[in-house]
Design a protein. Structure first.
Length: 119
């Protein structure tokens, strides 16, 4: 999966949340002291970003077809490390739509762990 695809999905998720909630989301609430903020303006920003005390994308999953194990993906799919699914209260990314966006097809990439974050 390309960075542009990830960025577009995250941006759309925030835009959908804003429409449903009548306000812009406040991502500063997710800040982790001593770590880079949760931003994704560039691929490097996203790889460095932390939220709720954990990296959004752990270095060990990048480029190894283990993208479904990334904290960001887990947070969007089910919740991670005892924290609820994000964005809190929805609207959630729909998994079939998410799968199609990730691959350009309808392969079940999130369940087969076959996608990789690429620059």
């Amino acid at each position: 999966m390309t960075f542009k695809t990830v960025k577009d999905l995250l941006d759309k998720s925030l835009a959908d949340w804003a429409v449903d909630n009548g306000a812009q989301p406040n991502l500063t609430r997710h800040a982790s002291t001593g770590h880079p903020p949760m931003v994704w303006s560039t691929a490097a920003d996203l790889r460095a970003a932390w939220g709720k005390g954990m990296p959004l994308i752990q270095p060990e999953v990048v480029g190894k077809k283990r993208g479904s194990e990334a904290n960001l993906v887990l947070a969007l799919r089910t919740g991670v490390a005892g924290k609820p699914r994000m964005p809190l209260g929805g609207p959630y990314l729909l998994i079939p739509k998410f799968r199609k966006s990730l691959t350009g097809s309808t392969r079940a990439v999130l369940t087969t762990r076959s996608w990789t974050l690429r620059p």
